[in-house]
Design a binder for this molecule. Structure first.
Ligand code: NYM
Ligand code: MG
Length: 217
């Protein structure tokens, strides 16, 4: 049997990842599942949820970073099983959000290299789509500012970190051409969905190895 593909949406807050993940899920159904990170329904996810919503709940930046990674490891077996049984998995955020949001804090010694390590060995996406918008457009969207990290200055730094991490991946031989940048500014939901489908269709149609790869940085 053909294994499922792992398709990842990354981006800043309120850039339309969740909307696009759901549209893609519908197109790929019944052969697809959506997993959103952080997965707030697990034990670790509950702590993360509290950290994001309660700005008085403090934890060391390193601990928070490791919780987000642990939350991915909580779901890793399920993702592998789904892929091996032929189900496509659409991810709404994953390891690159982990790196970009944590590295944007500029905590002593917690650089991008440090941040990538705990995710080493997780299933590797077959395709990563980075949804981006022109400066600060995402901040005008409904709900922006409700959770921790949803601050203008911090979002710009997260964006810079995303760009840096994707540049580093492209420079490394084994991760080439896996990240596609889609600028959503001036595009309708349907127009973005079309650009997304043009990227996803070949990935889900072409034959692939029988097993998934792992993330190696
Ligand atoms: N976030 C998400 C991180 O800081 N690290 C991670 O590893 C992941 C997966 O969680 N502001 C942050 C980014 C978001 C916040 O995500 C909640 P969402 O997609 O808004 O529910
Ligand atoms: Mg958010």
């Amino acid at each position: 049997m053909n294994r499922g593909r792992l398709v990842l949406f990354e981006g800043l807050d309120r850039t339309g990842k969740t909307t696009q993940s759901n549209i893609l899920l519908e197109r790929l159904k019944p052969n697809a599942t959506l997993i959103k990170f952080p997965e707030r329904s697990t034990e670790i996810g509950a702590v993360i949820d509290r950290y994001l919503k309660d700005k008085t709940f403090e934890l060391p930046d390193q601990a928070v970073h490791l919780l987000f990674s642990a939350n991915r490891w909580e779901m890793a077996e399920r993702i592998k099983q789904l892929l091996l049984q032929g189900t496509h998995v659409v991810l709404d955020r994953y390891v690159y959000s982990g790196v970009a949001y944590s590295a944007a804090k500029h905590t002593d010694r917690m650089d991008r290299t440090w941040c990538l390590q705990p995710d080493r060995g997780l299933p590797r996406p077959d395709l990563t789509i980075f949804l981006t918008s022109d400066d600060a457009e995402n901040e005008l969207r409904a709900g922006f500012g409700e959770e921790r990290y949803e601050k203008s200055e911090f979002q710009q730094e997260v964006k810079r970190q995303f760009v840096e991490v994707f540049k580093a991946l492209e420079d490394s031989s084994h991760e080439e051409k896996l990240v596609h940048v889609v600028n959503v500014t001036g595009k309708s939901v349907e127009e973005v969905a079309k650009v997304v489908w043009d990227l996803v269709e070949p990935v889900v149609t072409l034959p692939t190895d029988s097993t998934y790869s792992e993330l190696l940085y």
